[in-house]
Design a protein around this ligand. Sequence first.
Ligand code: DC
Length: 224
Amino acid sequence: MAKIFRIAIDGPSGAGKSTIAKAVAQKLSIDYIDTGAMYRAVGYKMDRDGIPFEQGEALDKMLAETDIDFVDGDIILDGEIVNTLIRTPEVSMLASKCSSIPEVREKLVEIQRAMGTRKSVIMDGRDIGTNVLKDAECKIFLTASAEERAERRFKELQEKGEQQTYEEVLADIKARDHNDMTRELNPLRKAEDAIELDTTGIGIDEVVAKAIEILDQCLNESDQ
Ligand code: DC
C-alpha cells in the first residue's frame, strides 16, 4: 500500500492557500481539505439557526447534530451542498467569530484529524501545521502583504458581483488577521518546521511551481 503523506498549508486570509492547495492536490491526485470552509459552515449554521456565539447547551446540541464532509470538491453541511452560501463577506466574519469558541475547534479538529489518517491529503487552514497535523510530512506557511491579499479578494468579490469597496475588504482582512492571530486557542502562527513562502508580487503559476518544489523536497526527505 502506498505510504500516506500529509501536507499542511497555513497562512492568513487571502494568501492564496486554497488556490495552491487545489493545484497541488490535482497534481498529486490526493484529496484537498479546506478547513476554513468547515469553520464557515459552522458560522453559517449558527447564524441561520440563531445559536448564540458562546459556550452553552445550545452550542453543544448544535455541534452534536452537525455533520460536515467533502464530496467531489463540494462541502456538505448536514446533507446540503453549501459551497456558495458560505462564501459571503458576512460568513467570513461569522467563521472567524465561531473559530475562537473552544467547542467548535474541538469538534472540527477531530473531524480533520480523522480525515488525515485515512488517506493522503493536503489540508489548509490556520492551525494545521501547529495543531491538527503536527506530524505532517510537509508544512508550508503562505503569506502576502495585507494590501495585496485585499486586492486579490476585492477582485474575486467584484467578479461575483459583490458590492464591497477595496477599503472595506482591507479592513475585513485586517480584522480577521487580528482575530486569527490573537485568539487564545491555536492562533495563526508559523510552525517551527514550516517553510515560509511569501507570495507578495508573485503570480499564481510561479507560487504553485515554488510550492511543488518545496513539496518534492519534503517528500524526498520523508522517504529517506
Ligand atoms: O480560510 P478561510 O478564510 O475560509 O477561513 C475562515 C475563518 O476560519 C478564518 O477567519 C479563520 C478560521 N479558521 C481557523 O480558525 N482555523 C482553521 N484551520 C481554518 C480557518
